[in-house]
Every structure is written in structure tokens, then in C-alpha cells.
Ligand binder design. Structure first.
Ligand SMILES: [Zn+2]
Ligand SMILES: [Zn+2]
Length: 321
């Protein structure tokens, strides 16, 4: 099968033996329909942590019988307390995040445990369904932020995480103001129904909850400036190096709430909620997916993903193309 391996920092298309239809540990083979390139993938490449790896944790595809699925990209022990509670991302043995810790979906096929399968409601195009992973991040952030009816909400950043988080919040009935850096991000934010921040209009502070969907010193500084007294800043964008916090967080007595990946609530897996949301938002793929490339065009795909200012939002690889 064809796969993309990171070799000397480059995304290289390789030909490898086919994976078995059913794996050793009862894992199932998924024929990959689409896999998103994530900011984390770019960071892993740049820091040398992806050497030799097949990346890709935002995966949709089909089982041997044709069933369309998305993937909750974890392999976990299944025995520790978090695993039993369904929070496989917090496995005490350290979750194996498929596409980060082990080989992932940038290939024609990927092996995953049965527990990782996410059934797709009818009406979802399997080629858009890698967005289920992005939406699950938003669902988890919303659940972490302990929202109250009438909370005034701002999302800082309109990349895939910011847009997915905003889409989840809007669908839940909140009105959402979003701050975007680039014009194409502003258009996308408006299309999903968010209020796009207009600096000149004023009134862009004092929010009850700010979702930082970037995760840098700069975005945290902006989040602190936007949050009201006693408010919450939910950090949904990942940072890999230490970041600085402005003294304003003390003056505002704001609460900092990290949100990482997704897990389970009393009503079920957050990623299943996300799949349901994607079915209710059929135009989201058109808004968020800016590029689709075949596996052979790996180099172009990664180059497009790095060019945020040139119009990229979510860049997908489609191995079946
Ligand atoms: Zn990701
Ligand atoms: Zn575990």
C-alpha cells in the first residue's frame, strides 16, 4: 500500500506491504478515505519527533464491509480507571495516539482497535468525515468550559480548531464572537454564523468565556485582554513550548481551563456527539476544507497546510483519490 512517511523532515510517499485485513490484537483495517493535516503534525515534523512515522490522526474511511467510519485515534490499555470511564485519552499507561505515537492515517489503510471506530450518521460524506475529529476537540472544549446560559463567548483564532469550536458552540445555541487573522478565515467564520470581531466597533472585551484556539503567548495575552472579571479562558489550542501569562489574568481573577483532545461525558463519547453534529452541519466541509490532495501530492499538501496566509484552513489527503 502507499503511505506517507516522514523521512529527514520530508513527507515521502513510500510503497509498503499491505496491512492484514484483521490485525494481531483483533484490530480492524480501515481503508482511509480522508485524513487531515493538523498543526500538531507540522510541529512534530519540525521538532524531529515524527521521523519515520506515518502521521495522521484526523481519519475517516471504510471498513471491509463498506461501513463508513471516523476514528477516535487512541489505543489504550482498557483496564485503568480512565479507560474504564471511557476517557481513553487519559489512559494511565499513556495512550498510544494513532498518527502521533504510532503510525496513523496518511496511508491507504490503517489498523485501529475496534473501540476507536466512530459510526457515522447517514448523510455524512465520508470524504468530509475527518472533520469529526476536529469537532470532537470543540465538543470537549465546550464541555470543559462549564458554560452557562447567556454566557458571552469569544473564540480567539479562526483556524480549524477555532472554527470547529465556534461551530459546536453556535450549534449549542450560544452566540460567538471570533477573532481571525486572515480574510479567508473571516469569511469562513461568517459562513458558519459567528460574529466576526470588528476591532473598530469596540465592545470586544468583558467576555464570560474566551476559547484560546491558538495557544501561543500572543493569543493568551489577547484572551486575557478579552475576558471579563472572574471569567474563564479555555485553552484548546496546543502549545509545545512554555508560554507566558500576562498579569491581567490575576487582575481579572480569570480561570484557566485546559482542554486536550476528547473523552467521555455521562451521555457518551464526545466524538460520537461530534459525528452527530457533522450530520447536522452538512455545509461545514465546504467551509472548512480548503484543499484536498491525493497521497502522491504529499509535498504540495504539506506546503499548502503551512501557508495559512495563502488561504489554507483544513488540508486533507484523500488516499482513495
Ligand atoms: Zn489534530
Ligand atoms: Zn488505560
Amino acid at each position: 500500500m502507499k503511505a506517507i512517511r516522514i523521512i529527514d523532515g520530508d513527507a515521502v510517499v513510500v510503497d509498503e506491504p499491505d496491512t492484514p485485513a484483521v490485525g494481531d490484537a483483533g484490530e480492524v483495517r480501515v481503508e482511509v478515505a480522508a485524513v487531515g493535516i493538523c498543526g500538531s503534525d507540522l510541529h512534530l515534523i519540525d521538532s524531529g519527533l515524527a521521523e519515520g512515522r506515518v502521521l495522521g490522526h484526523e481519519i475517516s474511511g471504510r471498513l471491509g464491509d463498506g461501513t463508513a467510519v471516523a476514528i477516535e485515534p487512541f489505543r489504550s490499555c482498557g483496564r485503568c480507571r480512565p479507560c474504564i470511564d471511557g476517557d481513553r485519552h487519559r489512559c494511565a499507561e499513556g495512550p498510544d495516539i494513532i498518527g502521533i505515537v504510532s503510525d496513523g492515517g496518511m496511508a491507504e489503510f490503517v489498523m485501529v482497535p475496534e473501540a476507536a471506530l466512530v459510526a457515522l450518521p447517514s448523510g455524512i460524506d465520508v470524504a468530509d468525515a475527518s472533520l469529526v475529529e476536529n469537532l470532537a476537540v470543540g465538543v470537549h472544549a465546550m464541555n470543559r468550559a462549564r458554560l452557562q446560559h447567556r454566557d458571552r463567548i469569544m473564540v480567539v483564532g479562526a483556524g480549524p480548531i477555532g472554527l470547529a469550536t465556534a461551530a459546536v458552540l453556535l450549534r449549542a445555541g450560544f452566540s460567538v464572537t471570533i477573532g481571525a487573522r486572515h480574510d479567508h478565515q473571516r469569511s469562513a467564520a461568517a459562513l458558519i454564523g459567528a460574529v466576526v470581531l470588528d476591532e473598530a466597533a469596540g465592545g470586544a472585551d468583558g467576555f464570560d468565556v474566551v476559547f484560546d484556539a491558538v495557544g501561543t503567548t500572543g493569543s493568551l495575552r489577547e484572551s486575557v485582554a478579552r475576558v471579563g472579571h472572574g471569567g474563564r479562558i479555555c485553552v484548546v489550542g496546543s502549545f509545545w513550548d512554555p508560554v507566558e501569562l500576562d498579569i491581567g489574568i490575576l487582575m481579572q481573577e480569570a480561570e484557566l481551563i485546559p482542554a486536550m483532545m476528547y473523552g467521555r461525558t455521562p451521555t457518551g463519547r464526545e466524538i460520537d456527539t461530534a459525528a452527530g453534529l457533522l450530520a447536522e452541519l452538512p455545509s461545514l466541509g465546504e467551509v472548512m476544507i480548503s484543499h484536498r490532495f491525493p497521497l502522491d501530492a504529499a509535498a504540495e499538501a504539506f506546503a499548502a497546510a503551512r501557508e495559512r496566509s495563502a488561504g489554507a484552513i483544513k488540508v486533507l489527503l484523500e488516499p482513495g483519490r
